[in-house]
Design a protein around this ligand. Structure first.
Ligand code: XMP
Length: 510
């Protein structure tokens, strides 16, 4: 049977910070979307046969020598294009228009007035408040284009060439601060590109199941189950695709949270999943001894995981390794032209000499909230679907500097106390945990001097885990957690709360 392919919209990336938001907004409107580098050749784009293309914004000026450009042939493919911010300016310049520096740059909320009827604005209440962020503007539109909207300082806030289905907006319709922005993207998808809305969770499951079957053939599959939601959902999906050929391996690397292993066994053992728990503490901790650099720690852990999976799957001749890698893991590890922020333990493929025939990663294009929705569709219980994420490298990335059993012990207990107090206080957070800094500080208990580690507490709110805000945890909760950590845990001397968002920080400390 020929594989059913969803309609796809390509998001071409010119370095804008909102590219993921654009892709997610498109997907949430039931159209599949993929992000590709801005300079992807038109020929390659044509082969993918997208129903539409969205050009992202970017921090460049069209006239700067090294500014990224789309292949000009893209605009002659007959595929509808929506250029956003830099994307609109770059398209206009490529088609013979003119871009000039603004006399007044627009940053922040800006009112846009629609001056001519345009399909993009159908059903949108105008004038509308939008997010603008630009220092250049389209000063002359290309031939065949017209101006559809303006602001006080920008004479071309939206441009349109209906005949060729090419559109541009100077503001960012993908962010919440742009009122009606989602409707504009919906209009582009459904009224310009002819979207059918065929990207639903059911359709995703159906096509992924088929893809997994094709990829796996008759081979066995081993999957690294961390107990977090991603690997659990990946396991459920693979089990549905190739029943009874999946072995889930839970690696206890000695850097798990308190009671983690027992909870995993209770949640996953004895169910339809074939679960193997491996005690690998010694081999991980001995390889990490003396290592302090975060990236080196991550690389060692990533490789050691594969080695454990290999020895556990030695009984199968040629088998696949499956992982619950999701999109933010891939992006932050430096794929798709992004900067390497940190190497997520599960990204980067297999080490050169590995005995696996390949990797199966059915969630590689999804965000966390999409993974949760998929988990629900697959019938996983809320206790698993709503589990807060726990990174594969475990406490290693929360134990700053060298990892020792003593430090892990303090961290494990402090984390358990904080989680308990957060639960008691009913505080809502998407991820919360303790971090053991490598710093010790002086204190006084009774009449004695103490010199204990500084424990940091972190609680964040986020849906996509690409950005986050810290949670305003009530002082009463912080107070109870702090008192208990210093009183009950020997070696913990001081407690601080992390009030940094992402960006500029990341969620984990390493
Ligand atoms: P950061 O620290 O990059 O974390 O802001 C974003 C989300 O990813 C989780 N995380 C990981 N998950 N392997 C994983 O499976 C990793 O190596 C890894 N590093 C970070 C982190 O807990 C947060 O939810």
């Amino acid at each position: 049977m020929k594989e059913k392919v969803h309609q796809t919209v390509l998001v071409l990336d010119f370095g804008g910070q909102y590219k993921e938001l654009i892709a997610r907004t498109v997907r949430s409107l039931k159209v599949h979307s993929v992000i590709l580098p801005g300079a992807t050749p038109a020929e390659e784009v044509a082969k993918l046969a997208p129903i539409g293309i969205i050009l992202t914004g970017g921090p460049f000026s069209v006239y700067a020598e090294d500014s990224p450009k789309a292949d000009p042939a893209l605009f002659g493919l007959g595929i509808p294009v929506l250029g956003i911010c830099y994307g609109m300016q770059m398209m206009s310049a490529a088609l013979g228009g003119e871009v000039s520096p603004c006399s007044v740059s627009e940053y922040g909320t800006t009112e846009v007035r629609v001056t001519e009827e345009c399909v993009l604005f159908e059903g949108v209440k105008t004038p509308m408040q939008t997010l603008m962020s630009h220092t250049d503007y389209v000063s002359r539109v290309p031939e065949g284009f017209r101006i559809a909207a303006v602001t006080d300082n920008c004479p071309a806030a939206a441009v349109a060439c209906d005949g060729k289905k090419l559109y541009g907006v100077q503001f960012h319709p993908e962010v919440e601060r742009t009122r009606g922005g989602r409707r504009i993207i919906r209009n582009f998808l459904y009224k310009v590109c002819g979207a059918k809305g065929d990207y639903t969770m059911d359709a995703y499951i159906e096509s992924e199941v088929r893809r997994i079957r094709e990829q796996a053939g008759e081979h066995e599959i081993v999957l690294g189950l961390s107990g977090g939601v991603d690997s659990a959902v990946a396991a459920a999906l693979i089990e549905r695709a190739v029943p009874d050929r999946l072995t889930c391996i839970f690696v206890d690397h000695g850097m798990m949270r308190k009671n983690e292993r027992a909870e995993i066994e209770a949640a996953f053992g004895g169910k339809s999943l074939n679960l193997v728990c491996v005690d690998a503490k010694d081999r991980f901790l001995s390889r990490l001894a003396g290592v302090t650099e975060p990236e080196q720690k991550r690389k060692i852990i990533g490789e050691e995981f594969v080695r454990v999976f290999e020895s556990e799957s030695a009984k199968y001749d040629d088998c696949f390794l499956a992982q619950g890698t999701i999109y933010p893991d891939v992006i932050e590890s430096g794929a798709n032209n992004s900067a390497n922020i940190k190497s997520h333990h599960n990204v980067g493929g297999l080490p050169k000499e590995s005995r696996f025939v390949g990797i199966i990663e059915p969630l590689r294009g999804l965000f966390k909230d999409e993974v949760r929705a998929l988990g629900r569709k697959l019938g996983l219980p809320e206790t698993i679907v709503n589990r807060q994420p726990f990174p594969g490298p475990g406490l290693a990335v929360r134990c700053v500097g060298e990892i020792t059993e003593e430090k892990l012990g303090i961290l494990r207990e402090a984390d358990a106390v904080f989680r308990e107090e957060m639960a008691k206080g009913g505080v809502k957070a998407d991820q919360y945990f303790a971090v053991l800094t490598s710093m010790r500080s002086v204190g006084v208990v009774g009449d004695f001097r103490t010199y204990g580690y500084v424990v940091a507490l972190r609680a964040v709110r986020t849906t996509d885990f690409m950005t986050c805000e810290y949670v305003h945890v009530p002082y009463a909760v912080l107070d109870r957690a702090s008192k208990r950590i210093v009183d009950e845990i020997s070696g913990a001397g001081r407690v601080v709360y992390d009030v940094t968002g992402k960006p500029p920080a990341t969620i984990e400390w390493e």
